[in-house]
Design a protein around this ligand. Sequence first.
Ligand code: QUE
Length: 355
Amino acid sequence: MGVSLSFITANHIGTAGHITLDRPKALNALNIEMVNDIKTHLLAWRDDPTIGRVLLSSSASRAFCAGGDVREAVSLIEADPALSAKPYFKTEYGLDLLITDYPKPIISLVDGVVMGGGLGLARLSDIMITSLDIKCAMPETAIGLFPDVGASHFLRRMPIEAALMMGMTGTMIGAGDAYGWGLTDYVVAADAFDAIASALSDLPVEATIADVSAIAASHHTKDTLETPFGAHMPMLQDTFLKGTPQKIAAAALSIQEEAAVSWAQALQSKCPTSISLFWHMMQKEPAPTSVSDAIKRDFYLACKMMRRPDFTEGVRAVLIDKDNAPKWQPKSLSDIGDDMLADLFDFGGMSPLPA
Ligand code: QUE
């Protein structure tokens, strides 16, 4: 009807490019159109000598970004089962690679929900600044996918037991634990975002990451941050360092503490293939040597996982019908053998993510 709606805004302010995610009703879940719009601006600004850096933020305090729009991925699979959701993952991971390799500093300003592909955007940025009030998770095991967007590289900033807890159970953490574990760089009051954005826009074009960091550091909170999970390090080690996913689930079941009970519940109810894939990727496969290597491997894995019934079933159960009762195939951690994992990590004959 001649009305064009865009789910992002892009503004050139001072020496900075500002990209603001603006799809608040979907918690800024990234659809293909948004990803392509972000790419277009990043590519134009990359060669623009009047732009020194790029800021990524959200128009709504409720959410920075809830992840990829996996409902869109599922509708692509239903429309063309042969092509499947390949164009969707190509587009999303393509943006992740562009951010990773971008020659100018990218700074994320993160408030509210930051999950999955949203945490990817935030953490693949050079500097991640969060508010005191974030809800941070890699929840993909709930939908039969796996922690992707380079998570097998960037989650290793944290202690491995914390990375495994986040990726296997999808547990949400707040700003204190994200900072304490090294996932985010700075924590500031949300009402400081405007001052930070304006200071970052006033820097000279040639300003460095160190100049950006100095501005972020000057706003870093003086409050003592709460670290509810940091207080549980021994329990995290007694659970997530116990060996195979089955052993980890058994260890969680044996601890009568609220946090461990919720881990046990997650490990019993979320997708067994997703949980096993993520554990295997973190503990058995060689660690990726760079975040772009991790993203490229994620593309192969996503191509395998989107053709399994668990992905469409998980999205149906959690996001479409919302019955929260997915029927996983296979249905338990004990059903997943080494042969199945070897097959998932065999990328022979597959096409790589285009550079
Ligand atoms: C696991 C996920 C996602 C999720 C929930 C999970 C995810 C995602 C969304 C989401 C949330 C709100 C929306 C939307 C999508 O939820 O990746 O379109 O409006 O994007 O348990 O991986």
